[in-house]
Design a protein around this ligand. Sequence first.
Ligand code: 6GU
Length: 277
Amino acid sequence: MRLDVVTIFPEYLEPLNVSLVGKARARGQLNVHVHDLRSWTYDRHNTVDDTPYGGGPGMVMKTEPWGDALDSVLADGYESGSRAPALIVPTPSGRPFTQELAVELSERPWLIFTPARYEGIDRRVIDEYATRMPVYEVSIGDYVLAGGEAAVLVVTEAVARLLPGVLGNAESHRDDSFAPGAMTNLLEGPVYTKPPLWRGRDIPDVLLSGHHGKIARWRRDEALRRTAAHRPDLIERCEPKAFDKKDREMLSILGWAPDPEGEPHGRFWRRPDGVGE
Ligand code: 6GU
């Protein structure tokens, strides 16, 4: 996979040299090019922004540097044999970046990222390139960052670990929290390793029992407990048929019941306090 990033802060992308993404690059599984947007400015001040039409606070990134940068990146990529580029535009007004989208992006051969500072990029740039290639405007969460560079790091890491041969044991993406298409997406419960006693704290007995069935059940219960506490929306999204008898018992203890309106066995929703139990 080829990745291009065009930014006014190339140093911000230094983490792409480290850890999983850095190793994938070193192994030739990922071909990363970081470009300084200011290379495509021709005035004394290397201007990349200007005041917004219609007024308002902040500055807007100008069309010409982005247009020249993207034309040049595209020409270079095509010359070196890359094909089927997709443009990834990080923006708080984008669609949510999810594991499902990470999987989709990991199947593309060439991603071009356009992280912006200021109030964003002149809309005509995105509209122009959308006539030539798929454009994904993505947000990494419901908060506002000063720029899209951190989002590029997030998306790149989520995508890179899905590439064939990048993670040690390639079998296990299916079991990731948020693996797409699963009937249940539960958060992982707690994990433990040696020593068995640390500052007076021991390990849940079941994990030392060697009883694989009981261990799997305990892990499932802990996942349900944690998901109910931190992400009740994920419980509500689960297919009810994905819950076995023991799951239903645990959910009941946690204050959840099938929606009686839902036919025939509704999705689980949180019982109003004091009803049922
Ligand atoms: Cl992709 N960019 C910025 N600037 N803020 C964000 C974001 C992206 N995603 C969430 N907040």
